[in-house]
Design a protein around this ligand. Structure first.
Ligand SMILES: *Cc1c(COP(=O)(O)O)cnc(C)c1O
Length: 368
């Protein structure tokens, strides 16, 4: 197939060399220790703690279960203030814990939860805030921390997009009471499927680790109604390999994002944004918002698809418009989130995306 006709998808998984992965998993045929916190799991855990600059980390079979169990271990009740501009997982994790999500509108520039609108939503039932570092953009962590302290609320970040991001030199996973990372195949760093929760409280750590292994506390005691969400050795091996190359992968992503910015910045009707002040980015996504552009978002999506470029309407629809939530949240007023969801297009962005393809995508967008 010629490169002209090849489909360009919004993302493509980073993978180590085949031989490199084989070397990592070879000892498993000796030990036959395939899961349940084996040596590769423990090695990846230590390496990630160091790389992410966090005090504690628990590994999971995927990011969603990591978030669901983090909320469970936090022993929350009542209402949780969160963002509607995210992936299904964030809200589902709240609802599946028997908690009520209360949706707060987002910032027009960063698309993260609008910290200035949080306090108005706090009631005597509020127990936590679940913000999302959406596209790897950092929430207003300082304002959120001040609000949480004042009202005695827990803060659990969905940092699924923010692997390796730093704010003012600190690992992003060190903010709040806990942060969840996703290591899904489509994310900046992957363990095929996988995830983690970062924290600093050691009691929380204990509960969390029991929850992911059926609540079993020792050979004859089960103290928690847990589930099964452990990361296995094959996942950990993939993580160990991918972590070796993460700086190079993020460096390649940076080149892709910089080329997009060079070509699309200051173009009438298109809003794109660079790295926030104080942030060391992971260049996870490249969202572009249309603002009275010569063509609608949906038409541009179709036009690009006609040229084998598959961007994504990410995040559209808003969570509150999902069939499973629509009736329950029909009264939510979320004008900014709605405007962004209706006009955003996330362009292809991954380490191995050739810059010539970025140019081709930009040409198509600009000459449409
Ligand atoms: C990917 C993602 C998740 C879920 O992570 P999985 O590892 O796929 O389970 C949660 N929240 C957001 C914002 C995500 O993008």
């Amino acid at each position: 197939m010629s490169s002209e006709n090849k489909k360009i998808l919004v993302t493509r998984s980073s993978m180590p060399d085949f031989e490199e992965y084989m070397e990592e998993i070879r000892p498993l045929w000796e030990s036959a220790w395939l899961t349940n916190m084996g040596p590769l799991h423990e090695r990846l855990r230590a390496e990630l703690m160091d790389y992410l600059k966090v005090d504690g980390i628990a590994l999971f079979t995927n990011g969603h279960m990591a978030l669901e169990m983090a909320l469970d271990a936090m022993q929350l009740s009542g209402e949780v203030i969160t963002t509607p501009f995210t992936f299904a997982s964030t809200t589902h994790a709240i609802v599946r814990n028997g908690l009520t999500p209360v949706f707060c509108d987002i910032e027009p520039d960063n698309y993260t939860i609008d910290a200035d609108k949080i306090e108005a939503l706090i009631t005597e039932k509020t127990s936590a805030i679940v913000p999302v570092h959406v596209y790897g953009k950092v929430c207003d962590v300082e304002k959120i921390e001040a609000i949480a302290k004042k009202h005695n609320l827990k803060v659990i970040y969905d940092a699924a997009h923010a692997f390796g991001v730093k704010f003012k030199g600190r690992g992003i996973g060190s903010f709040g009471d806990a942060s969840m990372f996703s290591f899904h195949a489509t994310k900046v760093f992957n363990t095929i499927e996988g995830g983690a929760v970062c924290y600093s409280d050691s009691d929380f750590e204990k509960t969390l680790n029991f929850l992911k292994n059926f609540g079993i506390t020792d050979k004859e005691n089960v103290d928690f109604v847990g589930g099964n969400a452990k990361m296995n050795e094959f996942q950990a091996a993939m993580g160990i390999c991918n972590l070796k190359h993460i700086e190079r992968e993020i460096g390649k992503r940076k080149k892709v994002v910089e080329r997009y910015l060079e070509r699309l910045e200051d173009k009438e009707g298109l809003i794109v944004s660079g790295v926030q002040d104080g942030v060391e980015s992971n260049y996870a996504y490249f969202p572009m918002v249309l603002d009275n552009y010569k063509i609608s978002r949906n038409d541009l999506y179709d036009y690009l698809a006609g040229h084998n470029i598959f961007a994504r309407k990410y995040f559209y629809p808003l969570i509150t418009d999902y069939n499973c939530y629509r009736e329950r949240f029909a009264d939510c007023r979320l004008p900014v989130a709605r405007r962004i969801a209706d006009n955003v297009l996330t362009l292809p962005c991954y380490a191995d995306l050739p810059l010539e393809t970025v140019d081709k995508i930009c040409d198509l967008i600009l000459n449409v």
